[in-house]
Design a protein around this ligand. Structure first.
Ligand SMILES: Nc1nc2c(ncn2[C@@H]2O[C@H](COP(=O)(O)OP(=O)(O)OP(=O)(O)O)[C@@H](O)[C@H]2O)c(=O)[nH]1
Ligand SMILES: [Mg+2]
Length: 350
């Protein structure tokens, strides 16, 4: 037994050494990147993790995209659009903010997928330097209370971001609203914004920077996310489905990328023409019931065709190359209430 314990210790030690080694390699890469840009990392450089939390539909993903200046996280008018945590990295000359967009925290934990989404959102609160608690300036709900209760016990600084101020009928309502929200808990700051219109986001960025610790960047300067192209492709397809379909079924479907292959550019031997690189993506849309399959496909396949066209256009923009997308729709009953099926479909609660 004791020998085994010793052995375990040895393994743990070598694991720690390996991690240190990898960290050193990462730091070297970051240094190299800065010097290749003719820059050295300033001694007072700041970086850190910023969790973006709140109830569904308040505009968390819209906010992250607009802070980054690029579309990364999917958005829609329907609540519970975001199902996975997604990191967005905003690297600037003096600071690097690593945002973590999260699924909206909500009360109705009916199915396994809802529980998983809530757990993923809660887990984002671990080890971050700052929390942005996003609320809708227009309305406060029970789910906002739920998030508030969770954050009251948090040890890290919490900043309240009052979003959608463009929807306030009378701008004079803003000051009393801020005063009212000040009473909720000890926020480090309250910042009103319109994520969609980009209003007051420079001010928000400056406020966020204050709470980042002095340290070198955590990711290299050209990295925008921690997610793979496969993940981003599946999310784009899900967004197009959510936007194309009405209230019928948005929560009962998920997307899995079956294959993702890039063909490098080549020269056609007969014509001598250069064929540009192209990525071939095959994806399956899983629904719960056969009736839902018919809805996704639409009359004579029109819905699925439109979903595919819109998704392809976004992918070509994101991946900056030609995309060939093939979509399939399959019925897989019970996937959204089955933890094991969820995990195999790429869902995670951490
Ligand atoms: N008018 C207005 N609409 C906004 C603003 N920010 C976001 N929205 C809209 O609000 C809806 C929800 O936005 P999302 O960014 O998907 O919200 P979310 O908080 O990420 O939602 P979940 O992922 O479901 O938790 C979308 O229709 C957005 O266009 C804003 O500043 N003003
Ligand atoms: Mg979202």
């Amino acid at each position: 037994m004791s020998i085994q314990n010793d052995q375990n210790n040895v393994d743990q030690d070598s694991e720690i050494q390996d991690t240190e080694h990898l960290e050193q390699q990462d730091n070297d890469l970051i240094d190299q990147f800065f010097s290749s840009q003719g820059m050295t990392i300033p001694a007072d450089y700041k970086s850190g993790f910023v969790a973006i939390v709140g109830r569904p539909n308040v505009g968390k993903s819209t906010l992250m995209n607009h802070l980054l200046g690029q579309k990364l996280s999917i958005t829609s008018r329907k609540p519970q659009t975001t199902r996975h945590k997604i990191v967005g990295i905003d690297t600037r000359e003096k600071s690097q903010a690593v945002y973590v967009d999260t699924p909206g925290m909500h009360k109705k934990e009916v199915r396994a997928i809802n529980k998983m989404m809530n757990r993923a959102a809660h887990s984002a609160l671990r080890d971050v330097n700052l929390v942005l608690f996003v609320v809708d300036g227009h309305k406060w709900t029970q789910n906002d209370d739920l998030v508030l209760e969770k954050l009251k016990n948090a040890e890290m600084p919490v900043m309240l971001v009052i979003n959608k101020i463009d929807t306030l009928e009378d701008k004079k309502m803003l000051l009393p609203l801020i005063q009212e929200r000040t009473k909720l808990m000890n926020f480090v700051e309250i910042v009103p914004v319109s994520a969609l219109r980009g209003a007051n986001l420079d001010h928000l960025r400056e406020s966020i920077e204050k709470y980042l610790p002095f340290q070198p960047p955590l990711y290299s300067m050209d990295q925008v996310t921690d997610r793979s192209e496969r993940f981003l492709a599946s999310e784009i397809i899900r967004e197009k489905i959510m936007r194309q379909l009405g209230e019928e079924l948005p929560y009962d479907l998920t997307v899995q990328i079956e294959s993702f292959k890039t063909e490098e550019s080549s020269i056609n031997e007969k014509t001598g023409k250069i064929k540009p690189p192209c990525t071939f993506i095959d994806a399956t849309i899983f629904v719960e019931r056969s009736g839902q399959k018919a809805i996704v496909i639409g009359d004579k396949g029109t819905k699925l065709k439109k979903i595919g066209m819109d998704a392809r256009a976004d992918m070509e923009k994101m991946f900056e190359q030609k995309i060939m997308l093939t979509l399939w729709v399959k019925v897989k009953g019970g996937w959204s209430d089955d933890e094991r099926a969820l995990k195999s479909l790429g869902y995670s609660d951490i």
